[in-house]
Design a protein around this ligand. Structure first.
Ligand code: NDP
Ligand code: GDR
Length: 330
């Protein structure tokens, strides 16, 4: 039985990856930092199957202990301060978790289990300002946020450990991927949740930032398979994972609102609070290398993804509304 250690297992990708690996028969160890309130929502159905290890990415001792306890064949480093907008008000925390802590994780693996295969969650945010379209593995980086800058560090330190210590370390340059488990502040989920609340009469408007930015949005469940495939290869390498299709935030609004019979222009209000100090205008990935070498395939397209998210939020918000109404009756 193979053993995997996942950091960031309570997040969107960590939860899909844990499910995928458990189905494949892996023993899954999940690193989890202490929180003041429980955050098991994404992993509720597999909570008892994960072997939990307490630790924090910024605490090297806890990572060394995590690698010692799990004795992993594969390590997936998914933990990060992952919200781009939060990286301006919290640039140092973002740097500590999203950049420097990648070295913590690599050091823990190098010291305790150097033969373990290592996956680093790199990001299309590293491309930032448009230098080349579509963006591929060889496109130069020009990050536009403290988050993007931190991810560039994480990417290169992973490449460096591969080259310096001959470690099996891969970096997956993943473009935006979404699901009903996406955090509520990210644009797709903010929209699917907003649509559900407006449709069910719990919210009157949706306050948004830049509607012109263009993103390459895929489904998280498809993307975690690519992470695993990277670690099953003979040689470690870096891969772009994307859909190769680009849509604007405006299109996202159109698809989500029209799905429940509404016109987004009647509800969306532009609020400067959600406009970023520097924007990544356009992200479009070329994942031919992953298709060819990993045999990776996309299963869910843009519209299907957004409809899936709206359906899930309609169900969730409906239950919330019923519970509220019941409370009013008591
Ligand atoms: P989430 O924000 O949903 O999850 C982040 C996870 O990291 C959470 O489990 C969080 O724990 C954990 N975490 C944060 N800080 C620490 C810390 N100091 N110690 C231990 N754990 C910590 O992110 P996603 O699942 O969407 O993304 C996974 C990774 O992939 C991230 O590194 C992200 O930057 C990267 N990425 C994501 C893309 C996307 O479109 N989703 C695209 C490209 C890259 P807690 O629950 O306690 O907050
Ligand atoms: P992103 O995702 O920054 O691309 O990072 P996000 O969904 O936050 O933003 C996408 C685009 O939508 C625009 N936008 C808004 N965004 C948010 N969150 N809220 C709004 O109200 C709003 N209005 C417009 C943004 O300006 C942006 O252009 C995600 C994260 O998962 C990263 O961790 C990951 O590395 C990258 O994707 C690839």
């Amino acid at each position: 039985m193979k053993r995997a250690l996942i950091t960031g297992v309570t997040g969107q990708d960590g939860s899909y990856l844990a499910e995928f690996l458990l189905e494949k028969g892996y023993e899954v160890y999940g690193l989890r930092r202490r929180t003041s309130t429980p955050n098991f929502e994404n992993v509720e159905s597999i909570k008892d199957k994960i072997r939990w290890i307490s630790g924090d990415l910024t605490d090297l001792a806890s990572l060394i202990e995590a690698v010692r306890i799990s004795d992993p064949d594969e390590v997936y480093n998914l933990a990060a301060q992952s919200f781009v907008a939060a990286s301006w008000p919290q640039p140092l925390t973002t740097g500590q978790i999203t950049a420097i802590a990648v070295t913590n994780m690599l050091e823990a693996v190098r010291l305790v289990k150097p033969k373990a295969k290592f996956y680093q969650a790199s990001s299309s945010e590293m491309f930032g300002r448009v230098v080349e379209t579509p963006q591929k593995e060889t496109t130069p980086f020009y990050p536009r946020s403290p988050y993007g800058v931190a991810k560039v560090y994480g990417h290169w330190i992973t490449v460096n450990y591969r080259e310096s210590f001959n470690m099996f370390a891969c970096s997956g340059i993943l473009f935006n991927h979404e699901s009903p488990r996406r955090g509520l502040e990210f644009v797709t989920r903010k929209v699917s949740d907003g649509v559900a609340r407006i449709k069910l009469g719990l919210q009157k408007e949706l306050r948004m930032g830049n509607l012109d930015s263009l993103r390459d949005w895929g489904f998280a469940g498809d993307y975690v398979k690519a992470m695993w495939l990277m670690l099953q290869q003979e040689e470690p390498d870096d891969y772009v994972i994307s859909t190769g299709e680009m849509h604007s935030v405006k299109e996202l609004l159109e698809v989500a609102f029209s799905y429940v019979g509404l016109d987004y222009r009647d509800y969306v209000v532009i609020d400067p609070e959600f406009v970023r100090p520097a924007e990544v205008d356009l992200l479009l990935g070329d994942c031919s290398k992953a298709k060819e070498k990993l045999g990776w395939m996309l299963e869910i397209g843009f519209k299907e993804l957004i409809h899936m998210m709206v359906d899930a939020d309609m169900k969730r918000v409906e239950i919330e509304k019923k519970n509220k109404d019941l409370l009013l009756l008591i």
